[in-house]
Design a protein around this ligand. Sequence first.
Ligand SMILES: N[C@@H](CCC[C@H](N)C(=O)O)C(=O)O
Length: 289
Amino acid sequence: MQIRFTKMQGAGNDFVVLDETRGLLGLSPAQYRFLADRHFGVGADQILSVRPAPEAGIDFEYAIHNADGGEVEQCGNGARCFARYVHDRGLTDKSVIRVKTLSGVIAPELVADGRVRVDMGRPELRPAQVPFDAAGLAPRSEGAAQLWPLLLDDASTQWVMPVSMGNPHAVLWVDDADTAPVAVLGPQIERHPRFPQRVNAGFLQRLSRSEVRLRVFERGAGETLACGTGACAAVVAGIRQGLLDTQVQVHTRGGLLGIAWSGNDADSVFMTGPATFVFDGQIEIPEAP
Ligand SMILES: N[C@@H](CCC[C@H](N)C(=O)O)C(=O)O
């Protein structure tokens, strides 16, 4: 089967975008994996499938598949690329776009400086809702937050803060994001049995009350150059611990993301950042196994 696609990136987190507004392609997990493959396919951290609105009051739906083929609930950098795509390709003339994802409705907005601002919804901090299995563990309090001990393969303990932005995150502090052992700890945290749906692992370094550096080992994709929901979760964790202000610049390996949150559970987290077209293409994909 031949399919047309668009390659996009947001702060270096890269996507294959598929237009399914005129009919679903019905791809299998193996076909998503093929598209994401950097040697045999197009290459991407996630595949974004743009679909028609499922109900009134919503403009579109979009599905997110990780490079491993699994469908996931939310993607921050993807939300910005989705909005840029539907607007610039003439699928809508709205500048605030309501879009349904597996975890609910979010509202990206194209702003005057060319970036996209996204109302990412409320963070979820109750461990069981992330989901994180805290049974039998004793948390440590930091500000208004609780950190939980994760026992790793080498018998060391990492203290993490579980946060859901619609998808699960574990945030831990590091002294230096550049030298943090992301490749060693990331896969262990991603598949730690305390996170029954696996987890995105964020390695957060504080530069000041309004500036951090962040690397994320993503569930189903490995380390990416940036993770939008990871940036939201990390800033929420830092604000909750009393270590960050309500507006924070997040330096990732692929670019800068601005995150704002009031610190109040009932309020949305807002993310602002770039969304860029890379190229359009067409590819023959293998039949579904
Ligand atoms: N890159 C994304 C997150 C994509 C999904 C994530 N890997 C998961 O499995 O939850 C972002 O920018 O948020």
